[in-house]
Design a protein around this ligand. Structure first.
Ligand SMILES: [Zn+2]
Ligand SMILES: [Zn+2]
Length: 394
């Protein structure tokens, strides 16, 4: 079977399944079609024989997870399908040339493959060589490393002032002891004795036969006789690395920081992927934030609002004294300039202080007497504009 066959032939159509079909769906469809078109059931029918051959050929590829991925990859890079996907994905952020879920048939297989050798990660790196700008398929160069995503929770003051934090990342990597082949140092993987290296076995059932991935070697074609002690023969290990990441002053909750080239290293000298850090900011017990402004609510008494006062309020780094002028209404916002987020270029937001006039729930006798005197001396609140409407309903 040549690469040309792979590019030209639509094996999904041959098996009558969607590109996103699960391996079970593929197997089921293959069995049905193989049964229907089997030469034994259609003696002397050359068309049925053709169909049977096409179905078998398709299943030999799609029935093998590894070959299916290679087939999908090749078709997406060179096949007619690529043009459609490129057109659709051209405007997507990050320059991905196409919808990944399309290629891998939904999330079910994808999540697992991320951590398997030869899975999604490898495929990613071989397809997305350098970000895929322009949408044209590139030949395989040194593979770009995988992008890595992680999440960090910052304390409120750190997010306002900016902070550098060590970030520990755990990611799958190739075992250094066996260089990924899973064999104990000094030994080599050997051809699988069951499939003789083909990765596929043929099983006879009744009058026809199935091709299926070799169960002994999971379709790889080789087996490890003495396992690498480091990775237990899987070829992969979880690697830990620590990066110091600078979060700029004013970084906001929900923001995503991109660190170019700090993702997974590329294969064989290829460019590294990017690291994306999703920022969560823990709420502060006192301060809130709107853009570069900090917000704070300060309770004041009715007397302070009426007579005016000087208020000493906290900022993130100290205190500031604000003048409350006589006759200040509840809800008035005072502004302490430059006490918000200070950006790198020196520009700063403000601290916005909202005054909240507190109504006492209980009063001492003296206070009550004073308030009653006050009430007698005060004109009623201006409610004339409501009176007409009230009268209409009385
Ligand atoms: Zn095998
Ligand atoms: Zn190993």
């Amino acid at each position: 079977m040549s690469s040309k066959d792979w590019i030209e032939k639509d094996y999904y159509a041959a098996l009558g399944v969607e590109k996103s079909a699960s391996s079970d769906e593929i197997k089921k469809s293959y069995r049905k079609l193989a049964r229907e078109s089997h030469p034994d059931h259609n003696p002397g029918d050359p068309k049925a024989e053709e169909r049977f051959k096409a179905v078998s050929e398709a299943y030999a590829v799609l029935g093998d997870e590894k070959k299916r991925r290679e087939y999908d990859e090749m078709r997406s890079l060179f096949g007619s399908g690529a043009f459609r996907r490129n057109a659709r994905g051209a405007g997507q952020p990050g320059g991905m040339p196409f919808d990944v879920s399309d290629l891998f048939g939904g999330g079910a297989a994808g999540g697992e493959a991320r951590f398997g050798g030869g899975g999604l990660g490898d495929l990613f790196s071989s397809i997305f060589t350098g970000g895929g700008a322009g949408g044209a398929a590139r030949p395989r160069g040194p593979a770009r490393g995988r992008d890595v995503e992680t999440e960090v929770a910052l304390d409120f003051p750190d997010a306002v002032r900016g902070v550098t934090l060590p970030l520990t990342l755990r990611a799958p990597g190739v075992c250094d002891t066996c260089h990924g082949n899973g064999a104990k140092p000094g030994t080599q993987p050997v051809a699988c004795p069951v499939c003789h290296g083909a990765g596929v076995t043929t099983r006879n059932q009744g009058s026809f036969s199935f091709s299926e991935p070799c169960r002994n070697c999971q379709g790889v074609g080789t087996v490890v006789e003495e396992k690498c002690p480091e990775c237990q023969g899987t070829g992969g290990v979880t690697k830990t690395r620590t990066l110091n990441v600078r979060f700029p002053a004013g970084v906001a909750d929900g923001q995503r920081i991109r660190l170019a080239g700090r993702g997974e290293p590329g294969e064989r000298g290829g460019p590294a992927g990017d690291l994306f850090v999703h920022v969560k900011v823990r709420p502060d017990e006192l301060f809130g934030r709107t853009g570069d402004d900090l917000t704070l609510t300060v309770p004041i008494t009715f007397a302070e609002a009426v007579l005016g006062t000087d208020l000493r309020v906290p900022t993130l780094d100290g205190t500031v004294t604000l003048r409350v002028p006589p006759g200040t209404p509840s809800g008035r916002v005072l502004r302490a300039r430059g006490k918000g987020v200070v950006r790198k270029d020196g520009r700063a937001g403000d601290l916005l202080v909202t005054l909240d006039v507190v109504v006492p729930a209980t009063l001492s006798d003296e206070a009550r007497a004073a308030l009653e005197t006050f009430a007698e001396q005060t004109p009623p609140a201006a409610r004339e504009h409501l009176d007409a409407r009230v009268r209409r309903f009385s």
